[in-house]
Design a protein around this ligand. Structure first.
Ligand code: SF4
Ligand code: FES
Length: 200
């Protein structure tokens, strides 16, 4: 496999062709925050927290590092003032619907005490981790998205969830918003009323 040479945060890095910037940067010690990334799943590009600045032959732009493959000669900066500003804005929006777990840790890291935006908590961030994990790793397809735009939500397909969720529940610790854990604490067993899908 071809070896790619690039610069990440001032360091010369070599990585295998096909590696994403996120993977190469993490290996080189750069701590890029992510919410919708899971190394077992294909990139999804939902949260945009992994945004980095790339310089390609003098042309600078921002890219989602979880989805952008490393290229020869690329200069990557993972935490510039511009990136920090964008991440803080994204984080504020995410914190409005969940301020626990990984988001709480990221708020501390970026010095955010509270969000200017308010919302019911915890609420689904639409990161897609539960849907993708259930479909691609477990091959169960119990969870899926319905709707579009602001009407988009995750639902459990009741006919499948009744039998499959109680013996799995592997999506619960994956959920960065704590929504699935909160449902679990409320006694939701993955067995909603027959025939009715359960929106989160
Ligand atoms: S329920 Fe949790 S894991 Fe599933 S899409 Fe929403 S935030 Fe992500
Ligand atoms: S981790 Fe890259 S967009 Fe969410």
């Amino acid at each position: 496999m071809k070896t790619i040479k690039l610069e990440i945060d001032g360091q010369q890095v070599e990585t295998a062709g096909g590696t994403t910037i996120l993977e190469a940067a993490r290996k080189a010690g750069s701590d890029i925050p992510t919410v919708c990334y899971d190394k077992r799943l294909p990139p999804y590009g939902a949260c945009r927290l992994c945004m980095v600045e790339i310089d390609k032959g003098g042309e600078k732009r921002l890219v989602a590092s979880c989805a952008y493959e490393a290229e020869d000669g690329l200069v990557v900066r993972t935490e510039t003032p511009r990136i920090v500003k964008i991440r803080k804005m994204i984080l504020e929006l995410l914190l409005a619907v969940s301020a626990t777990g990984p988001l709480e840790a990221l708020a501390k890291r970026y010095g955010l005490k509270e969000s200017r935006f308010q919302g019911d908590q915890p609420k689904c961030l639409l990161c897609g981790l539960c849907v993708r994990y259930c479909a691609e790793i477990k091959k169960n397809n119990v969870t899926c998205f319905i709707g579009r735009g602001i009407g988009k939500e995750v639902v459990f397909q009741s006919d499948l969830s009744h039998s499959l969720c109680p013996v799995c529940r592997e999506c619960i610790p994956l959920c960065p918003s704590g929504t699935l854990y909160s449902l679990y604490l409320k006694g939701y067993s993955g067995s909603p009323e027959p025939g009715s899908n359960k929106g989160l």
